[in-house]
Ligand binder design. Structure first.
Ligand code: E4P
Length: 224
């Protein structure tokens, strides 16, 4: 499963990317607004840090506007993926942009039928919002499972991008559901490698190691 960071904060992105584990980044208007920086410059900055797919969202609500914006966004960097909402206009824009070879991430997907339609119109990614479905008492991960099954049934090129991930358990469930990608905030990503027993184990190993005579020279002996 690919791991994407769901943020427009370059410090968070650099730190996580340095571990070699970040395959892409998703942004949305809320995340861009939070940073208070120039949209184009920030997207280009992120595209230069992470060579994988970087989602940048259209703002228009009509399909002509989305297509116009999508064509422009796609010129900002070769790894930009244009995000469009799962509305009738967004689906129409997805078809037009996809037919022109522009990768589209259909976002705000909350049902299997929405995901099916986006896949039929050539979506590169579909983004089911797991956390927001959980928030209203539904099972967001069930949608991820259904979408993976539908895509496999028909051999769509679309990848399921599990979005609105809120906890490490969401990440595990997305991987078990066969999601192609999970996008998550840095706060969730940074919990994935942590375990108290790893920290305790390290402390004990180092303490024991230091009981050896000349432990500092054990690997790189000083030359006489
Ligand atoms: C995905 O592309 C969205 O940016 C994101 O996952 C939304 O998450 P939220 O529901 O936590 O805002």
């Amino acid at each position: 499963m690919k791991i994407f960071l769901d943020t427009a904060n370059v410090d968070e992105i650099r730190k996580a990317a340095d571990l070699g584990l970040i395959d892409g980044v998703t942004t949305n208007p809320s995340l861009i607004a939070k940073e208070g920086k120039n949209f184009k410059e920030r997207i280009q900055e992120i595209c230069a840090i992470v060579p994988g797919d970087i989602s940048a969202e259209t703002i228009a609500t009509d399909w002509e506007g989305m297509v116009r914006e999508g064509r422009e966004l796609a010129t900002w960097a070769p790894n930009v993926v244009v995000k469009a909402p799962c509305t009738p206009d967004g689906l129409r824009a997805c078809k037009i942009l996809s037919d022109q070879g522009i990768n589209v991430n259909v976002t705000l997907v909350f049902s299997t039928t929405q995901g099916l339609l986006a896949s039929k119109n050539g979506a590169y990614f579909i983004s089911p919002f797991v956390g927001r479905l959980d928030d209203i008492g539904l099972d967001g991960m069930e949608l991820v499972r259904d979408l993976v099954e539908v895509i496999e049934n028909y051999g769509f090129r679309t990848q399921v991008l599990a979005a609105s991930i809120r906890t490490p358990n969401h990440v595990i469930a997305a991987a078990k559901a066969g999601a192609h990608i999970a996008t998550m905030p840095a706060s969730v990503f940074n919990t994935l490698y942590k375990h108290p027993l790893t920290d305790i184990g390290m402390t004990r190993f180092l303490a024991d190691w230091k009981t050896l005579p000349n432990y500092e020279e054990a690997i790189f002996p000083k030359r006489a």
